[in-house]
Design a protein around this ligand. Structure first.
Ligand code: ADP
Ligand code: F6P
Length: 324
């Protein structure tokens, strides 16, 4: 086995809180294993253009507590084509890399798989607030995003209570409802609308509002995942017409992607970052690091991306049952 002397690290796709902590873990582990480490800025764009910077222990000081990614992140259309990937490979070779860590989501891992096929061992670390990466129970940033969204919902509850309104809050998650469900249960929402499960606005929300009213309830919280089939404004209008309660819509948007990572995100980032470097130093590429039963595991990228993951249906039922 050739000694692995130098590796690179980049962040790609949407940022998530804890990416910095993951970069830090990658850099410090690599140094501990006596490897040189290079940061590639702006995702695969940086790989193609050679936007690279040598990193040492001090380069990653004071970033563990920061959201976002100090290496910047980007989407790169050029990397979707074989020509673009060839340029990326050539640049990686020019930089003297023996391996690469890619922190991102499914799309970024497809790129990582193709780089591995071209001969550059690449390992993926899941980082997205959506928690929609199928091979892992957890992706870096999810817990922080849930907590940021929850804090906002708690504030909205104060004003919904004071004005006796129904507050509809849209949370991110792309096509998945994991974020919405966690926030909805934690916030004690009257209802949570997720893309994975059909809901009946009349039965699941309007009826609950009428029932609540008859028992003295005056305000309501409804969490809507951004990927839900109907537009949040249309749902709000329907609720208002059917129940005669004043409704307000809040779209939380990118606020959920920022902020200082929670303990959970920092610790998972450390564990995953270490594993990714450990794989590369052994010359193992084409892997995704994941969490299974709270253990760090790793999978072949293609197999990992073909796995299935569903929303927690039991939690959906619990949510419905305890919302009164
Ligand atoms: P995420 O990694 O968060 O899922 P994207 O789907 O936007 O985000 O992917 C990030 C980047 O990964 C893309 O801009 C592109 O550079 C690269 N990528 C995505 N899909 C592929 C693919 N099928 N082949 C090669 N590269 C890809
Ligand atoms: O994947 C993270 C995410 O924030 C999704 O929840 C959301 O759908 C998407 O990125 C938004 O992307 P953009 O920042 O390009 O609007």
């Amino acid at each position: 086995m050739n000694k692995v002397k130098k590796i690179g690290v980049l962040t790609s796709g949407g940022d998530s809180p804890g990416m910095n902590a993951a970069i830090r873990a990658v850099v410090r582990s690599a140094i501990d294993f006596e490897m040189d480490i290079v940061g590639i800025r702006r995702g695969y764009n940086g790989l193609i253009n050679g936007d690279a910077v040598a990193l040492d222990s001090r380069s990653v000081s004071d970033i563990i507590q920061r959201g976002g990614t100090f290496l910047y992140t980007a989407r790169c259309m050029e990397f979707m084509n074989p020509e673009g990937r060839q340029l990326g490979l050539e640049m990686a070779q020019k930089l003297g890399l023996d391996g690469l860590v890619v922190i991102g989501g499914d799309g970024s891992f497809r790129g990582a798989e193709k780089l591995s096929e071209l001969g550059m061992p690449t390992v993926g670390i899941p980082g997205t607030i959506d928690n929609d990466i199928v091979c892992t129970e957890y992706s870096i940033g999810f817990d922080t995003a849930c907590n940021i969204a929850l804090e906002a919902v708690d504030r909205l509850r104060d004003t919904a209570l004071s004005h006796e309104k129904c507050s509809l809050i849209e949370v991110m998650g792309r096509y998945a409802g994991h974020l919405a469900l966690q926030v909805g249960v934690a916030a004690g929402a009257t209802a949570v609308l997720v893309p994975e499960k059909a809901s009946d606005i009349e039965k699941d929300i309007c009826e609950k509002i009428r029932e609540g009213r008859s028992s003295g309830k005056t305000h309501y919280i409804v969490i809507v995942a951004e990927g839900y089939k109907d537009k949040i404004d249309d749902i709000a209008k329907l609720i208002e017409t059917q129940t005669d309660i004043s409704t307000r819509v809040t779209v939380l948007g990118h606020i959920q992607r920022g902020g200082s990572p929670t303990v959970m995100d920092r610790v998972i980032a450390a564990r995953m970052g270490y594993r990714a470097v450990d794989l590369l130093r052994k010359g193992i590429g084409n892997r995704i690091v994941a969490i299974k039963n709270n253990e760090v595991v790793d999978y072949n990228i293609n197999e990992a991306l073909c796995m299935k993951k569903s929303i927690d249906l039991e939690l959906c039922e619990i949510c419905k049952s305890i919302a009164k």
